[in-house]
Write a protein that binds this ligand. Structure first.
Ligand SMILES: C[S@@+](CC[C@H](N)C(=O)[O-])C[C@H]1O[C@@H](n2cnc3c(N)ncnc32)[C@H](O)[C@@H]1O
Length: 283
């Protein structure tokens, strides 16, 4: 059942979008002195070698971070994300790509808490070893949805919850809707960022409608598709649904995506409708 390994996909266009949004939210939350809690429900291994057999086999990163990492960005959000990638690769060689918990660890202060759950028997110990010496961290070999019940709310009542399942099972879409409702009930002050793949357009619209139907307020949709929608093609793009988004996020993502999208667009894309940032539910 757990066949997904993120090492095959690290640094692809979907990671670029997801981590651009993650960094922008954390940068915003870090403007206040008060400690925060970052909770990562599907954390992965934390750090990926782009020279590994898995990364080289798909070479997906070459169409993602590989096209971008040395670019001098004008948008502040894109520059902040690229600075982070560059700080991991100081030798003018793109050797490593950080996963979402590593990104949090690189940005957060010692007083902030990092919580993560990961089920894969090989990826979990790799992840856990990176946090062994960090004081405020709780890394569990636990199902994401059980983790919400066991670990939320945290002691600190502000933060970000990232929900990033592999969506290998059809049931994961309804699991996300139910899991979000449970997590939000426990920790309504948090910002939530839910990643989703765009594979079959009608199915993804139904998923988004189900999130809207939870009745949770303040929902923002950020989507980037480097390929045009084409049934049977596979993943044309991906999106992030952000709940309780920082008020600056929509504008900063419009600016970043206008700059980034043309650089990652596939050759068969017409150039329009590459991305969208839309408020689905008001505050
Ligand atoms: C897309 S990857 C995560 C990538 C990571 N969030 C990042 O951005 O670097 C999804 C991860 O979820 C894990 N996973 C799958 N089902 C899970 C579950 N029910 N609970 C916790 N982790 C799960 C997989 O093993 C995989 O490592």
């Amino acid at each position: 059942m757990l066949s997904y390994r993120h090492s095959y996909h690290a640094g692809n266009h979907a990671d670029v979008l997801k981590h651009l949004v993650q960094v922008a939210i954390l940068d915003y939350l870090l403007q206040k002195d008060k400690p925060l809690c970052y909770h990562d429900s599907h954390a992965g291994a934390g750090l990926y070698s782009l020279g590994s057999e898995q990364a080289q086999k798909t070479a997906e990163y070459q169409q993602g971070i590989g096209r971008l990492w040395q670019y001098q960005a004008k948008s502040a959000a894109l520059a902040s994300y690229l600075n982070l990638i560059n700080s991991l690769n100081p030798d003018n060689n793109l050797a490593f790509y950080p996963g979402s918990p590593k990104i949090a660890a690189m940005l957060l202060r010692p007083q902030d808490t990092i919580q993560a759950t990961e089920l894969h028997p090989s990826d979990f110990p790799i992840l856990q070893s990176q946090f062994a010496r960090r004081r405020y961290s709780r890394i569990e070999h636990l199902d994401a949805w059980a983790g919400f019940k066991a670990m939320l709310p945290p002691l600190v009542k502000r933060g970000l919850v990232l929900i990033d399942p592999p969506y290998e099972l059809k049931t994961e879409y309804s699991d996300v809707v139910a899991g979000l409702a449970e997590a939000y009930r426990r920790f309504p002050q948090a910002t939530y960022a839910i990643w989703y793949p765009v594979i079959e357009r009608p199915a993804i619209e139904a998923f988004i409608n189900a999130i809207v139907a939870t009745g949770i307020k303040n929902q923002l949709r950020i989507e980037f598709c480097p390929q045009p929608d084409k049934a049977g093609f596979g993943m044309s793009g991906s999106g992030m649904l952000v709940i309780n988004s920082p008020y600056t996020l929509a504008a900063s993502m419009r600016e970043a995506l206008a700059e980034l999208a043309p650089m990652l667009a596939g050759s068969d894309h017409q150039g329009s409708n590459l991305w969208q940032v839309s408020q689905l539910v008001g505050e």
